[in-house]
Write a protein that binds this ligand. Structure first.
Ligand code: SF4
Length: 169
């Protein structure tokens, strides 16, 4: 277990706990304030995220930014990350052992950030264990939401609910 934020960052940066580090340019640890009240979590980085080392900067990230702006939620105030910190080869589906190997890093991030709300985006994120005292919101992954009208509507509604919740707590 990491003893500090710096320690956790460096553990992730040099991690070889599963096969994914081999085909990746960068780890994508996540970004945002260390005392963020809200965490957004997706599945794992894609090509653009791997190139830049930043979460949600590709097409899905741009769509997410648009929904955040619509709801006057400042991205800079959120901690945005993924369950798995490396991309998969050819953007293939994550394997269970990869999720299991990487999940402790996300749980450790929660322990250190102590958010009030966590938004779980997509199926992989929705399956993570819950912690007491945190409000969880479940929604689609932005990559899925941007492709389908029905999902897009639900995604929009969920971020509207997030905004209301952020005002309350
Ligand atoms: S995906 Fe996670 S567990 Fe696997 S090598 Fe990368 S940081 Fe380590």
């Amino acid at each position: 277990m990491a003893t500090s934020w710096e320690n956790l960052t460096s553990q992730v940066k040099t991690c070889k706990k599963c096969r994914l580090w081999k085909g990746a340019k960068h780890t994508v640890f996540g970004e945002g304030p260390r005392d963020a009240r809200v965490m957004l979590v997706g599945q794992n980085p894609g090509e653009e995220e791997d190139k830049t080392g930043r979460p949600f900067v590709g097409r899905a990230g741009k769509f997410l930014n648009k929904i955040l702006e619509e709801n006057k939620i400042e991205r800079e105030k959120l901690f945005i990350t993924n369950i798995v910190k490396h991309k998969t080869p050819g953007n293939r589906k994550l394997k269970n052992d990869e999720i299991a190997a990487c999940l402790p890093y996300f749980l450790e991030q929660i322990k250190m950030i102590k958010p009030k709300i966590i938004v779980l985006m997509g199926e992989t994120a929705r399956k993570t264990p819950r912690k007491r005292g945190i409000v969880y919101l479940e929604t689609y992954h932005p990559a899925a939401a941007m492709r389908s009208g029905k999902m897009r509507k639900k995604f929009r509604d969920d971020f509207r609910s997030l905004k209301k919740l952020m005002i309350k707590i």
